[in-house]
Write a protein that binds this ligand. Structure first.
Ligand code: FA5
Length: 340
């Protein structure tokens, strides 16, 4: 009687082990049949009610059923394990013989990239690229540029002074002075570089930023030349024809002096947040070189004339890539830098 039940139970359990679709299902069957409170355990408890010789016989049957079930349970479990491993190997396959990807190549800083583009444009038009030191003399930064000693630009608030009367250049214009003295007239030069001002830092003002200076000295130089070269440069940077306008602007080293604006590239001139709703964006200071400046560098203003400009390179890069915070440039933040 018990024997038959046992055989039926073992047969059913075997079927369920074979049919289990997942390790979880399999485990549920195991607990139900082989667990401490499972079906087989209940049978062993009943063994006590049998006569001694019956007990021994049914006991043997019970043990062999238990062993058989345990074996098929282990086999099934092993099969699940193997299948999972195979799936993982399939999914995570990789070719050991492929060369390693290596470190991600770096890229040039966006200011350097735009600087180099502008250098290419001017080199192709016969200009020389010059550089000057970041620690300058007061003479080159101010006096030789016709900036009188009482001019507000010399104010301690704007200038970082260095021991011995030197200073961190506040603009790239002192390279004009170096250029005139080194090259002599006629000359065409540009000078990109880092400049420093003792200013309160905010989204559009840095204490350290980049400018790009330019100068041309020849026998006949007019504002038309100036506008032509500015349009060449700005059209190259923005990769389209740009409209420019001149407004009067005061810089002691040029006469007449101008602020040059371009028609807003975002709204095309109709007014938007970027151009503060006036349709134009300020780009640079420029003008015809003041006769005093030529004279101080040993060039006769009766014979020669020139134009000069000073571009806020950092601001230009901001406009080109629609970057709204100048502080990002020197943040060293790779999330920013990796975009270029
Ligand atoms: C000058 O520095 C003149 N040397 C430019 C010049 C050269 C005029 C030759 C005429 C002939 P200004 O101080 O305006 O001018 O600065 C030029 C540009 O530098 C500004 O238009 C602006 O784009 C940028 N600039 C000025 N201050 C900051 C700052 N704190 N942070 C970022 N950019 C600045």
């Amino acid at each position: 009687m018990m024997e038959k039940e046992l055989e039926a139970l073992a047969a059913r359990a075997l079927e369920r082990i074979e049919a289990a679709g997942s390790p979880e299902e399999l485990e549920a069957v195991r607990i139900e049949v082989l667990g401490r409170k499972g079906a087989l355990a209940r049978f062993s408890k009943q063994l006590g009610t049998l006569a001694p010789e019956e007990r021994a016989r049914v006991g043997r049957i019970l043990n062999s059923a238990k062993e058989q079930l345990e074996r098929s349970f282990e086999a099934r479990k092993e099969a699940f394990h193997r299948r999972a491993l195979e799936q993982r190997l399939e999914a995570e396959w990789f070719d050991l013989t492929l060369p390693a990807p290596g470190p991600r190549p770096g890229s040039l800083h966006p200011v350097t990239q735009v600087q180099r583009e502008i250098e290419e444009v001017f080199l192709s038009m016969g200009f020389t690229v010059l550089s000057g030191p970041e620690v300058e003399t007061e003479y080159n930064n101010f006096d030789a540029l016709n900036i009188p000693p009482d001019h507000p630009a010399r104010d301690v608030q704007d200038t970082f002074w260095v021991e011995g009367g030197h200073l961190l250049r506040t603009h790239t214009s002192p390279v004009q002075v170096r250029g005139m003295e080194r090259l002599g007239p006629p000359l065409r030069m540009i000078a990109p570089g880092r400049v420093f001002r003792n200013e309160e830092v905010d989204a559009s003002h840095e204490h350290t930023f980049y400018q790009l200076e330019g100068m041309m000295v020849d026998r006949e130089v007019s504002v038309a030349h100036l506008v032509y070269f500015m349009k060449q440069m700005l059209s190259a940077v923005f990769r389209r024809e740009v409209s420019v306008r001149l407004r009067p602007g005061y810089f002691p080293f040029v006469e007449p002096g101008f602020e040059l604006d371009i028609r807003c590239l975002i709204c095309g001139g109709s007014g938007c947040a970027v151009c503060k709703y006036n349709g134009w964006l300020e780009q640079l200071g420029c003008g015809l070189v003041h006769p005093n400046v030529l004279r101080m560098s040993g060039i006769d203003p009766e014979e020669w004339m020139g134009f000069a400009f000073g571009l806020g390179l950092t601001r230009l890069v901001m406009m080109r890539y629609a970057i709204d915070d100048v502080r990002l440039f020197q943040s060293g933040d790779l999330r920013f830098l990796m975009q270029f």
